[in-house]
Each structure stands twice: as structure tokens, then as C-alpha cells.
Design a protein around this ligand. Structure first.
Ligand SMILES: Nc1ncnc2c1ncn2[C@@H]1O[C@H](COP(=O)(O)OP(=O)(O)OC[C@H]2O[C@@H]([n+]3cccc(C(=O)O)c3)[C@H](O)[C@@H]2O)[C@@H](O)[C@H]1O
Ligand SMILES: Nc1ncnc2c1ncn2[C@@H]1O[C@H](COP(=O)(O)OP(=O)(O)OP(=O)(O)O)[C@@H](O)[C@H]1O
Length: 473
């Protein structure tokens, strides 16, 4: 999980691409954000700027160390943002004094809990300002939160998290400063000691109780531990990390687990109960996804829908195979086994799935399935005859199977061998019947094309069986 330097530039470029995609598809191109003088806001601004957004950076000090504001101004100038400034200290003092009418302690005492409450008021005052400015400029509020803060619950609900969060997947100990340096953030800022600037006490790390590096390493260890042993409780998981007698690591682990446990609700906000009519959420979400949500966001969901629509279709195909006492073999190029994996997820799949030939490269289509190399050379792998021969080749080599589904196409994002992205041929060969090939032109990013291909192949399989059943005496 800890990304090496060689991967980080790629991650940064991919984030910029996503921000370009969102800007072009969502019809919004202005972002406002608070520039604290810290590295998260500076990196967020740098990525947005690189992606062609109009970026308005606001310095909004509230009884602030002037050095932080200076760094915020410097970052705005260096990154070419439009800079605006409003000192909110007077407003803050006023609201705290007014809140003292409800609870005198908030205005007068210096306890940690009260400092946290006052700190949250500061964060929320800034957010009121930023949302007003977003409306003024027909823009959105950029969020500056990162993955480390997400796990630690180290942000203020409805305070410093806005509409679009470009750096939320990045860790603070390494990826955020590395990318900040790579994307031109001033050195003074990416080297600055992380602080919430809310007057709660110490820097971020003093408040959280461990350094960001310890936090990130520990959280990754816990996540990997859980991936290997999904059944473990938090206590068992901690023991599985085999920390032994290292007292510092034990204390750090205790701190990390305590913070994760006490902040899970912030990561699920707002809490959605398991309402008796909760399927309404899904229906509304499906409507948004299908009709309104920009494709750049839909792409990630396309293949993760195995538990939804694709799996339902795969279950239907498995049922149809079982009812007609047939077994399936697949021959897959662009989907590289995903079609078979989908059928493998159906209940009772071992009774109906023979296996899969994953023939991604052209030579394997010839070697493993017997598709003539001359045919591929002359026509490219993206041709109906190739799909037909992949299907019949698979059927010949899997004597216990009676249905073969074959897929060959250009997943994208660009053209290949002169064929456009999204061009896909799907072949179906049922033993004793003529093979059949369909041509498709799918639209979208590679993941969407693959998901659409799997969906179409499952449909073709179902149709082929139904039509054959109809012909049976
Ligand atoms: N079980 C539950 N289910 C649903 N909601 C629950 C809940 N328990 C509490 N809540 C709600 O959560 C609230 C507590 O959360 P919240 O209001 O956010 O406040 P809280 O997490 O207590 O404090 C904010 C923390 O974030 C830090 N921070 C803030 C801003 C910026 C930065 C930075 O460095 O970037 C850091 C700050 O230093 C402080 O440690 C409760 O008042 C309550 O409304
Ligand atoms: N003085 C400020 N002016 C404008 N925005 C601010 C200010 N202080 C905080 N913010 C906003 O709140 C967010 C969280 O605050 P925080 O102090 O954690 O800054 P940061 O950019 O995350 O940097 P770091 O945590 O490294 O100091 C900031 O990213 C920024 O958008």
C-alpha cells in the first residue's frame, strides 16, 4: 500500500486527469478553497490548477499565526491562483461570546474539550465563507482532507470538508508532501509542520497521539491484516500484527485503534439507518448514475457492480445452463477472464462452469485456441471471424462444455491496430448449432467498456440457450 516514488507521479497525473474529466463533464470549472499555509490545501490547489480549473484561494485567518497566512499567500502567488483575504477573527470572537449565553464555559475556560469546540466553530465559520463564495462564483468548494486525516477522524464535520476531494486517498506522511513538491508547491509549505491552526493545542501529530508516519504504517498494517483475515476482531487483529514486546509500537497501535474506533461515524456521515424502504436510495442512485452522474465518476463503479446487475445476470445464465444440463467455457481477450469470474460467482457455478481460455495476446489465440495466425494478421484480432473461431476453438478443446462464449475487442482508452475503442465482437457457439457473432460499439472508459462487454456476453449466452431450448422437440 505504501507507494514507491516511481508510482507517485503516475498517481498525480491520474488525479489531474480525473479533475479534467470532472471539469469537462460536470459543467463546473471554478473551485474555491481555504489556503491555510499547509501542504494539503496547497497540493489540492496545485492539482486543480494543473487540470485547468479557475482556482480562488482564500486566506481566512482567525487569531492566526501570521506566518501561516504568509505561506498561504505565497502558495497562491506561486501556483497562479486568484487570491482573496478576509480576517474572520472578529466574527469568531463575537460568535463565541454569543455562544457563551448558552454555556458560559465555551467563552471562558481553557480545557481541551472546550478548545475543540471553539476550534470547530473556527472551521465552520471558514466553511460558511467558502460556500458563500462558491455560490458567488458559480463554483464548488474544494476539500483538502487526506487519507490519514480520514482514518483519524481529524477534521470537523461540516467544517473543513467540502464538495470535491482530490487528495483524500493520499497519505500525509509521504504522498502529500511528495506530490506537493512535484506539482510546484513552495518548499516552505511542503516542509511546514502540520497543524490544524484551530488553537486546540500542539500540531496535528501531538493531537492525534502518534506521528503521521506511525499512523500511516499502522493503518496500512491493520488494513492488510484484515484483508488476510477478514473474520478477526479488532483485538485479534492487533495480536496478528505480531508486534511483540516493542512497547512504543504497542502504544502507537493502541492509539490508532482508539482513534479509529471513536471516529468511524465521521466516515459514515450522515448515518443512514437500515430503513425498511432503503431500496429507494439505490433506485435514486441508479437514476443519478444512469442519467446524470458524469462518466468520470461512473467509470470506477462499472466493474465493482459484480454484486449487482452483472451478478444477477450471471446467476440467470448459471440457472439456465443448469436447467438445460449444459456447461460453459469462455474464451476471453479484452475481458481477460472477468466473464468466467462473473459466472464463478453464481451459486452452483461448479456444476455449470467448465473453465476459461484467457488469450489476451494474439499469439495465444492461435496457440491455445487454434485461430489461424494469418487470419489475425490480415484482419487484426478485432474481427467477427476471430471471435467465431475463438468460440469454436474453445468448444473443441473443452469436450465437457456445450456452450462457448468468446470475446475480442478494444477496451480502450485509445484505438488499437486501427480499430476504435469500444469495438467488441462476442461469439457464441452451442454444440450442434451454427456459431453466432455480435458486433458492439460501447462508449466510455475501459472499465465501462469491459463491464458493458460482460453484460452483453451474459445476455448472448442466455439468448442462445433460450433459442436452442425453443427448438428442442
Ligand atoms: N455515534 C455517532 N453517530 C453519529 N454522529 C456522531 C456520533 N458521535 C458523535 N457524533 C457527531 O460528531 C460530532 C463530533 O465531530 P466533530 O464535530 O467533527 O468534532 P471532533 O471530531 O470532536 O473534533 C474535530 C477534530 O478534528 C480536528 N481538525 C479539525 C479541523 C481541521 C483539522 C485539520 O488539521 O485539517 C483537524 C480537530 O483538531 C479535532 O481534533 C459530535 O458533536 C456529533 O455531532
Ligand atoms: N487560515 C486559513 N485560511 C484559509 N483556510 C484555512 C485556514 N486554516 C484552515 N483552512 C482550511 O481548512 C483546511 C484544514 O486546515 P489545516 O490547518 O489542517 O490545513 P492543511 O492545508 O490541511 O495543512 P496542514 O494540516 O499541513 O497544516 C485547510 O486545508 C484549509 O482549506
Amino acid at each position: 500500500m505504501f507507494l514507491p516514488e516511481t508510482e507517485l507521479q503516475r498517481v498525480g497525473d491520474a488525479l489531474v486527469d480525473e479533475l479534467i474529466g470532472y471539469r469537462q463533464q460536470a459543467g463546473i470549472s471554478t473551485a474555491v478553497l481555504g489556503m491555510s499555509g499547509g501542504v494539503d490545501s496547497a497540493l489540492t490547489a496545485a492539482l486543480l490548477k494543473r487540470a485547468g480549473w479557475r482556482v480562488l484561494g482564500f486566506t481566512l485567518p482567525i487569531e492566526q499565526n501570521p506566518e501561516e497566512t504568509e505561506r498561504g499567500v505565497e502558495a497562491c502567488h506561486t501556483l497562479g491562483l486568484e487570491h482573496m483575504h478576509l480576517d474572520l477573527s472578529g466574527l469568531y470572537r463575537h460568535i463565541v461570546s454569543e455562544l457563551g449565553e448558552l454555556d458560559i464555559r465555551i467563552a471562558s475556560k481553557d480545557e481541551e474539550r472546550l478548545r475543540t469546540r471553539r476550534g470547530n466553530v473556527r472551521a465552520r465559520l471558514r466553511m460558511i465563507t467558502l460556500y458563500d463564495q462558491a455560490h458567488r462564483f458559480s463554483g464548488l468548494v474544494a476539500s483538502t482532507d487526506n487519507f490519514s486525516e480520514l482514518g483519524a477522524g481529524f477534521w470537523t464535520l461540516h467544517g473543513d470538508v467540502g464538495d470535491l476531494a482530490p487528495v483524500q486517498s493520499l497519505i500525509k506522511s509521504w504522498e502529500v508532501p511528495w506530490l506537493a513538491r512535484a506539482f510546484g508547491v513552495p518548499e516552505r509549505t511542503w516542509r511546514a509542520n502540520p497543524t490544524d491552526g484551530l488553537g486546540i493545542g500542539g500540531g496535528d501529530e501531538a493531537q492525534i497521539g502518534v506521528s503521521y508516519l506511525e499512523w500511516d504504517v499502522m493503518v496500512f498494517a491493520l488494513l492488510e491484516g484484515l484483508a488476510c483475515n477478514p473474520g478477526l476482531s479488532a483485538q485479534e487483529l492487533a495480536e496478528a500484527l505480531k508486534i511483540g514486546g516493542d512497547m512504543h509500537a504497542r502504544t502507537a497501535l493502541g492509539t490508532v485503534l482508539r482513534r479509529l474506533r471513536s471516529t468511524w461515524h465521521k466516515r459514515s456521515n450522515p448515518i443512514r439507518l437500515d430503513h425498511p424502504v432503503a431500496e429507494r436510495y439505490e433506485a435514486l442512485d441508479a437514476l443519478d448514475a444512469r442519467l446524470f452522474r458524469p462518466a468520470v465518476l461512473r467509470a470506477d463503479e462499472a466493474l465493482s457492480r459484480f454484486s449487482g446487475e452483472l451478478q444477477d445476470l450471471a446467476n440467470q445464465l448459471a440457472d439456465a445452463l443448469k436447467a438445460s444440463e449444459r456447461r460453459l467455457v469462455t474464451a476471453e481477450s479484452c475481458t481477460a477472464g472477468l466473464l468466467a469470474a462473473c459466472v464463478a460467482g453464481a451459486p452452483g457455478s461448479s456444476g455449470v462452469l467448465e473453465g476459461s481460455f484467457v488469450t489476451y495476446c494474439s499469439s495465444l489465440k492461435s496457440d491455445a485456441l487454434g485461430v489461424p495466425a494469418e487470419l489475425i494478421e490480415e484482419k487484426t484480432p478485432y474481427h467477427p471471424e476471430v471471435a467465431r473461431q475463438m468460440a469454436t476453438g474453445a468448444l473443441d478443446r473443452a469436450p465437457c462444455a456445450s456452450l462457448a462464449l468468446a470475446v475480442t475487442g478494444v477496451g480502450g482508452p485509445g484505438p488499437h491496430e486501427g480499430k476504435p475503442p469500444g469495438l467488441v465482437y462476442i461469439g457464441a457457439a452451442l454444440r450442434g448449432h451454427d456459431p453466432h457473432v455480435e458486433e458492439h460499439h460501447f462508449f466510455g472508459l475501459p472499465k465501462e467498456v469491459l463491464a458493458a462487454t460482460i453484460r452483453a456476453a451474459l445476455h448472448l449466452g442466455l439468448r442462445t440457450i433460450r433459442e436452442a431450448n425453443a427448438l428442442r422437440p
